[in-house]
Design a protein around this ligand. Structure first.
Ligand code: MN
Length: 233
């Protein structure tokens, strides 16, 4: 077995991880999938028809995660950075073509996260029919809490999703309003990609998205799962 120093040209970056509530073990993150327009009132505020079309997805990179209460540094190349408060599903088992019936068996637990978005760059990409990465997958764009295992909280299908900025409530929805429920999202996503243990799914945001500025404090949560507090620096 060769020494690691002999295998690589340079040191590989450490794998992004999330903490797990009630455990010393870390959750190693594989991919981050995000569901677009999964609450009707948010689809409407973004100018879209809220009817139940097939779900669509984009990805962030695992190293976009911001963990352990660290700051969100205001990103480059934008004047319009939006918060999107979301429930995050953490998969403990992978697979392709996962059936609806067994979809929840693949869930290790749940977390709460922010899908930070350079809305101006995303808007331009939409208009030009270009990919969304510059709007969605930039550094520090995925603040996320520790994971709470489903073995302790079950699989929440209702409960408030809320976000305050500097103490003022800006978003409030309920998991019950999700257009595509968690089992449906997992089943559908697994027809497009082979899911792996360590994948995260940001499940979409309710209405009320808006811009933040340096110095703001975002404080949000999902009832029954947890809370997250992130300062914009
Ligand atoms: Mn989102």
């Amino acid at each position: 077995m060769p020494d690691q120093d002999d295998l690589f040209l340079f040191n590989p970056l450490p794998r992004p991880v999330l903490k797990v509530v009630g455990s010393d073990k870390l959750f190693p993150v594989h991919r981050i999938y995000c569901v677009g327009r999964n609450y009707a009132d948010h689809a409407i505020e973004m100018g879209h028809d809220p009817h139940r079309e097939a779900p669509f997805f984009f990805q962030k990179n695992p190293d976009c995660l911001v963990t352990d209460g660290r700051d969100f540094p205001y990103p480059s190349a934008t004047n319009d950075v939006h918060f999107e408060m979301e429930m995050v599903v953490a998969l403990g088992k992978g697979g392709a073509d996962i059936s609806l019936e067994y979809a929840l068996d693949h869930v290790f637990g749940y977390a709460v996260g922010l899908d930070m978005t350079r809305r101006d760059l995303q808007g331009e990409a939409k208009k030009l029919g270009r990919p969304w990465e510059v709007g969605k997958a930039f550094e520090f764009s995925a603040p996320c809490s520790a994971i709470v295992p489903a073995s302790s909280i079950g699989h929440p299908a209702s409960g408030a999703v809320w976000l305050k900025v500097n103490g003022t409530e800006r978003q409030r929805g309920d998991l019950a309003q999700l257009i595509w429920k968690v089992p449906e999202t997992i089943a559908y996503l697994s027809t497009l990609f082979t899911l792996q243990p360590g994948d995260l799914i940001y499940t979409g945001t309710p209405a009320g998205v808006g811009a933040i500025q340096r110095g703001d404090e975002m404080h949000g949560g999902v009832a029954g799962i947890g809370e997250i507090r992130v300062r914009v620096s």
